[in-house]
Design a protein around this ligand. Structure first.
Ligand code: IVH
Length: 683
């Protein structure tokens, strides 16, 4: 290729990419798939590498890599987002105070202290009391516009009440509340997904997700602590914090005015332990000169303000000895190795166990039994082994041989390609898997039979009364009443015997019978299909309406459902192709459980659409897809799932898949907008 030809091609590619970028960002439409887009970009990168002299400053390739993501627009910060200098030592804090005193030349001054929240820095812009933009820190000069995701954070007001400045920026830290982080992880483990590593990374990953619905589901939170703008009418940082709290922002109540650096040291000490009781991860204290005019006097260095500093607590860690490793088997058969440690005090609690995640983690740490290890407590409740003290390693130690057979049922373990976990595949015969599936089924979010506690459940299993969830519905009151079962203690082999009293038996029996009325979507979640969590179960139930339709759905039909991806589709197909599962479902149907969505009373609005068929695709502005579905039915029409020659209308919203559009065009299907549709039913 000559340079002239290359130039022509580069110009054409750049134009094409810019066009698609503009469509995507400004109009929310994709005419090509992400894959096709990436291919165009790759071609351009390759050409620019071959002809570097042809690379222009505004080439679309300048936007890829580093901090700039394809999905979010880059925004230049009006005021740079600086970071803070930080220190771990009190001497350095006294030095900081010395510099402040010198800079202020004998004036009196005070500090404002706050906890340092470990999350993702955000800058929010409000105009006339309305949230206009939420931008991440990025490189401090420019960040990503993540407004759609920030809007899902409930404590970020979308509209402010009362008398607020016409324009201002407010900055703070978006974070994953620790409880919420545990909840999401429990949910992920429950459906066989990997755990999120820690709250900070998880918050940052969440804010960069494309699907704001997933973001909303994660219930992030945000503390605001910094107000910026002109003519704000505040004198001190503490006034600003008070003002933003008054305007309806979420402000952590931990801030305190400190009259001098000694009061600051007291503040630091007072939070050293207490900070673990806060709902958010913290890693230190931020110390700021309170007066804004004094802040201005002190100014900035190239990187940091001279009027503030962060004091960081040392990560809490302890050393102890790895005594042994045990292996737990989860509901999905996933094996989790757990370190058994010599008890050691860490951040106020005695630690005896730590999670080791999987075989890779053990190999990465090169763990050996008898090793002296460092354990740390991060955002997770369960502490982590972070490193081995090699100086203290015993000479005769040897690497851990990861188990090859299931510790519970002795089945050979398998590792699926691309997955870190080992699995026991004996789904039918491995006791913790059977028990896990039953526990999942009876939980409150599913069938709500939780009067049946884990011990009784185990008792029913041990007595051979149940082996799967369908067996629950064959239980009689007589079988339950007076049932004797063993309760095992922690010590191997130790147990006591209990018998089920009439009252408990009655409650359990009633809860089982009542659960027959639990709606289909909750039952579907309870079935424990891998990757089918609560939200996914709702989507599938609403789309397919009956278990038969879901069971017959092909992979292609499944991934056509909005938000149902590859993994879920494969897992659903696999589940329903196993005759053991379908026969369980038959038994549940026989027992009278809800295996279809309840028929809603059909409202009739008109008959303009009598006998007309519709496919709904994309995102709409006035109604949700479900509401449109209802409207079609209420006006005599029918909703179908795939485009064919017989189809009357394709009701098209934003972000419709290109393949659908292509097919409809090829078949000459009538493509109508949301407004066309509303006009049709109104006429
Ligand atoms: S004040 C000029 N206050 O720590 C900077 N920052 O390393 C003013 N942070 O980028 C920042 N908690 O993301 C401030 N209470 C707090 C904070 C806090 C966490 C973060 C923030 C900042 C980083 C500085």
């Amino acid at each position: 290729m000559t340079s002239a030809e290359a130039k022509k091609r580069i110009d054409a590619l750049s134009e094409q990419i810019d066009y698609h970028n503009d469509l995507y960002y400004q109009k929310n439409v994709s005419e090509i798939t992400d894959y096709e887009f990436d291919k165009l970009l790759e071609q351009l990168i390759a050409l620019e590498n071959e002809f570097p002299e042809l690379k222009s400053e505004d080439s679309p390739t300048q936007r890829v890599g580093g901090t700039i993501t394809k999905e979010f627009e880059t925004v230049v910060h009006k005021y740079r987002m600086l970071s803070l200098g930080n220190t771990y030592s009190q001497e350095e804090l006294l030095d900081f105070d010395g510099r402040v005193a010198k800079g202020l030349e004998g004036q009196e001054y005070e500090y404002l202290c706050e906890l340092k929240f470990d999350g993702v820095a955000l800058s929010l812009t409000y105009e006339n009391g309305v949230l206009k933009r939420a931008v991440t820190r990025g490189d401090g000069t420019q960040g990503d516009d993540i407004t759609t995701n920030a809007r899902t954070i409930r404590t970020i007001p979308l509209k402010l009440k009362g008398d607020v400045p016409a324009e201002f920026e407010v900055r703070g830290e978006a974070f994953f509340p620790i409880k919420e982080f545990e909840r999401v992880n429990a949910e992920r483990e429950d459906i066989g997904e990997d755990r999120l590593a820690n709250p900070r990374n998880a918050a940052s990953g969440t804010l960069k997700m494309q699907d704001s619905k997933v973001v909303a589901h994660r219930k992030l939170d945000c503390y605001l602590y910094y107000l910026l703008g002109e003519d704000l009418n505040v004198e001190n940082h503490s006034d600003a914090v008070q003002a933003i709290a008054d305007w309806g922002f979420n402000v952590s109540p931990t801030y305190l005015r400190c009259k001098d650096i000694h009061a600051v040291l007291d503040y630091i000490k007072s939070w050293e332990e207490k900070r673990h009781d806060l709902p958010v991860e913290t890693d230190g204290i931020v110390i700021k000169v309170n007066s804004l005019s004094q802040q201005e006097q002190l100014g900035f260095t190239a990187k940091n303000p001279r009027w503030a500093i962060a004091y960081k607590y040392k990560a809490e860690s302890a050393t102890t000895v790895l005594e042994s490793i045990s292996y737990q088997v989860g509901r999905t058969g996933a094996i989790t190795p757990v370190a058994n440690l010599s008890p050691v005090l860490l951040a106020g609690t005695t630690v005896k166990r730590a999670s080791l995640h999987n075989a890779n983690e053990i190999a990465r740490l090169d763990l050996r039994i008898g090793d002296t290890v460092h354990v740390e407590k991060g955002g997770e409740i369960i502490p982590k082994v972070t490193a081995v003290d090699l100086n203290l390693r015993q000479v005769d130690s040897s690497p851990v041989n990861y188990i090859e057979f299931c510790p519970e049922c002795d089945t050979k373990l398998e590792q699926k390609e691309g997955e870190a976990n080992h699995y026991c595949t004996n789904t039918e015969g491995c006791p913790p898997q059977i028990l896990g599936r039953l526990e999942h089924f009876i939980q409150r979010k599913a069938m709500n039979i939780d009067s049946l506690g884990p011990e009784t459940l185990r008792g029913l299993l041990d007595n051979g009364l149940i082996r799967n969830y369908a067996d629950l519905y064959d239980l009689t009151f007589e079988q339950l009443n007076g049932l004797e079962f063993r309760i095992y203690s922690d010590k191997k082999g130790d147990y006591s015997v209990r018998s089920l009293r009439e009252k408990s038996a009655t409650n359990i029996y009633k809860a089982i019978q009542d659960s027959k009325a639990v709606p289909f979507e909750r039952l579907l979640f309870g079935l424990g299909i891998r990757f089918v969590g609560k939200t996914v179960a709702e989507k599938l139930a609403n789309h397919f309406i009956t278990v038969e339709a879901l069971g017959q759905a092909t992979y292609d039909q499944l991934i056509e459902v909005p938000e149902i991806g590859d993994r879920i589709a494969e897992s659903v197909v696999e589940f329903f192709s196993d005759p053991k599962n379908t026969s369980l479902i038959d038994r549940l149907t026989q027992a009278g459980l809800q295996l279809a969505m309840e028929k809603k009373e059909q409202i009739i609005e008109g008959n303009n659409l009598t006998d007309k068929t519709f496919v709904i695709s994309g995102v709409f502005t006035q109604f949700s897809r479900d509401e449109l579905k209802e409207k079609i039915k209420a006006n005599g029409g029918k909703v179908v799932s795939s485009i064919s020659g017989k189809l009357d209308y394709l009701l098209a919203g934003d972000k419709m898949g290109p393949s659908k559009l292509e097919k409809a065009n090829k078949l000459g299907t009538n493509i109508i907008s949301e407004q066309d549709f509303l006009d049709m039913i109104a006429s």
